[in-house]
Design a protein around this ligand. Structure first.
Ligand code: C2E
Ligand code: MG
Ligand code: MG
Length: 387
């Protein structure tokens, strides 16, 4: 990938209508006029100067130049390689890309109409990137709709206290039953909601339902005052007053804020000084904080040592393998021992059989979560199974 500086003399054509799109330009000095042919007469579409991009349109959608560019004053421009632009475009949000491609299509249509060119070609099929982007916009709107109509659903998955075989709490896991696609994994739609502020009302909804669940469990006289853990995404952590709102809801519903646990998944998107503040604020309010999915993704010992999490949740990836692979077992042992050394509790996720649970008991691991303990269930299912 090279960028080359080019100079153009006054009156020199930089590219002509119909040329293949080899490169775009960034004008450094001088003035460029863009003209298009209208009935054999050139019509000036725009004048560009220093700092303006030139000829990027045809590069973006890989079509012939729709206008002619000519230097009206001596001009210096940096050539911007098409791979440089294409690399950016492939990395960009598919929605932004679809918006851009839509605008380009419309612009080209308007230009053709102005030039009196009626296309006899059938409309080009949308590019794969455009289809993906539009699909994502559709899903996002449907998610907004689901939220407004309360079509999202919360499941509670029990968390077992290993030593005494009691249910110590539940993790709140969101579900979306999509009108056409059926159940959409939170792994897909939470990531989508996190890309926009939509995660904020989704989080509020989860908090509402989690509080209602705590109240319902208390009304049923569940002795241990089980906690309900909610997953909080990086974007929500940035919200002003997040913890105050949790505390306010708890106070309004007359239960201790300590019955809510906050789960934070370590990710590149986390702002660690912000996480430290959230943990501090949670601790002041008596709310415990868990580090979720430890051992995969972005797990970093530096963060673990600096941030006083109360609980570390070991990702199910290790548990899957620990019964058959001594190396996976060694990792689980080491994580449990390290987390205990830091004075925090361990939840091992993804427990699917008795033998795995036996290992946790042997390791003095405090909590177990997984299908063997219980699948994510509706509140009604949980209440109906209580003794
Ligand atoms: P997570 O917080 O690590 O949740 C545990 C996931 O493991 C859940 O998937 C749960 O259904 C699944 N799981 C639990 N036990 C077992 C088991 O024994 N075997 C197997 N194979 N899977 C098990 P789910 O519900 O699909 O959620 C995926 C992720 O989506 C969650 O991972 C969490 O990061 C995110 N998520 C779910 N609900 C919310 C939410 O309300 N807000 C936010 N921000 N994220 C959420
Ligand atoms: Mg979680
Ligand atoms: Mg997890």
């Amino acid at each position: 990938m090279e960028t080359i500086r080019s100079t153009f003399a006054p009156g020199e054509v930089i590219f002509r209508e119909g040329d293949p799109p080899t490169t775009a330009f960034l004008i450094e000095s001088g003035v460029v006029e863009i003209t298009a042919d209208q009935g054999g007469r050139p019509v000036v579409l725009s004048r560009l100067g220093p700092g303006d991009l030139l000829g990027e349109m045809a590069v973006i959608d890989d079509s012939p130049r729709t206008a002619t560019a000519m230097a009206v004053e001596a001009c210096v421009a940096l050539m911007i390689d098409r791979t440089q632009i294409n690399e950016r475009l492939t990395q960009t949000d598919p929605i932004v890309r679809a918006l851009l491609e839509g605008q380009l299509k419309r612009y080209r249509g308007a230009l053709a109409a102005m030039q009196g060119k009626v296309s006899t070609q059938p409309a080009a099929a949308p590019a794969a990137s455009e289809i993906a982007g539009i699909g994502k916009i559709r899903l996002e709107s449907q998610l907004r709709e689901a939220l407004a109509s309360r079509a999202l659903d919360l499941r509670l998955q029990p968390i077992l206290s290993v030593a005494d075989s009691q249910i110590a709490g539940y993790e709140a896991l969101i579900r979306w039953t999509h009108p056409e696609r059926g159940a959409v994994s939170p792994a897909e739609f939470i990531a989508l909601a996190e890309e926009t502020s939509l995660i904020v009302p989704v989080g509020e909804y989860v908090l509402d339902v989690a509080c209602a669940a705590i109240t319902a469990l208390r009304e049923r006289g569940v002795g241990l005052n089980p906690f309900v853990a909610i997953n909080v995404s990086a974007r929500q952590l940035a919200e002003e007053g997040l913890i105050d709102r949790i505390v306010d809801r708890a106070v309004a519903a007359d239960f201790s804020p300590g019955q809510i646990k906050v789960e934070i998944t370590e990710s590149q998107a986390l702002n660690y000084p912000q996480v430290a503040l959230v943990i501090e604020r949670c601790h002041q309010a008596g709310i415990r904080v868990a580090l979720d999915d430890f051992g995969t993704g972005y797990s970093s010992l530096a963060h673990l040592h600096e941030l006083p999490f109360d609980t570390v949740k070991v990702d199910q990836a290790f548990v899957r393998q620990m019964m058959t692979q001594p190396r996976a077992m060694a990792i689980v042992r080491a994580i449990v021992s390290m987390v205990h050394g830091l004075g925090a509790d361990v939840v091992v996720e993804g427990i699917e059989e008795q033998a795995e649970l036996d290992v946790l008991a042997e390791l003095n691991c405090r909590y177990a979560q997984g299908y063997f303990v219980g699948k994510p269930q509706t509140l009604d299912e949980i209440l109906s199974r209580l003794p």
